[in-house]
Design a protein. Sequence first.
Length: 395
Amino acid sequence: METFYETHSNLVEQLGVKMRRGLMDEIDRSARLIGIKGSRGVGKTTFLLQYAKEYYGALDRRCLYVNMNNFYFQGRGFTEFAGEFVKRGGECLLIDQVFKQPDWSRELRQCYDRYPSLQIIFTGSSVMRLKEENADIGHIVKSYNLRGFSFREFLNVTTGNNFPAFTLDEILSDHERLAKKILPHISPQKYFADYLHHGYYPFHLEQRNFPENLLKTMNMMTEVDILLIKQMELKYLTKIKKLFYLLAVEGAKAPNVSTLAKAVNTSRATVMNYIKYLSDARLINIIYPVGGNFPKKPSKVMLHNPNMLYAIYPIRAGEQEVMETFFVNALWRDHVVSQKGKDPFYTIDGKYRFRIVDARNDRKVRYLDDAYFARYNTEVGRGNKLPLWLLGFLY
């Protein structure tokens, strides 16, 4: 146990994070069982260590961070360990990568029942369905999603500002005033291209090769998050990876399921399941017409965020596709994004119609009064024409 305390204090003391994530204020700290889900690379481990540092400090033994990658837990689980921690006065156990334990949900329930004074905050993959598919903890866990940096968070950590987030309704009704509050401090256009290229994942702050690191992260999403959590055989990994690559290089469009099935040598139904798995892992976003959902054929499949476009196939990263990928990713957190067929307009929450437009080349665009136009290559907007970058302030 002493080794774990020492590791915890070292990790918390060495935490050099410039950015405090907004999720820190959203979670219900009175809950005894809290799950933090998110795709690889978005900062779940850092979030746990930030939580320990902010609410306990590095040397407070009431809080302890443990990672299920530690060989100590192999074959023995963490239930008895949690009991020993409670006996020593422990109050908050932070469990990283809980899904690495075969019976993680049963063990979490045992801890919940045995140690009523203990709070457990654990991290897991975005592939996990904590409430929908988990009888052990589904009705007692408070589940939250941690995403990569928004453009707002990227600006704050890059420039040292502290810009607040806005709701979609605030942006739609008051974007001219909101932009005027930001523009005196920074020029969004100066930073927007960097964000689209490498700003979504917090590990861009580390001194490593970002594209190579992102490719490694995406491989881990398929090799661990999908195969391990979905309990798939290793022989199917190459099919999933090939499907993901084909979807990526084909660009944002409706998938030809029959062609894809033939290319990866599997059935149409299996291709649809694999597409859903890739979406759960936050490798792609699936867009349906209004009211549509899985297992229906999507109207469009696109990569989850613009950084992936540049990492996988940079010479194919067209500006319009990059901007639409940013738009969908920015709205995805709290809104339903829909689109029908080849309609250039997206529908948000079934009521707002949006089109993504290049402000420098919009002579042929018909600006309708009953729709919104998110324009890039501009920093300001007017009326129903708003600057696209401002949608990066939604969280």
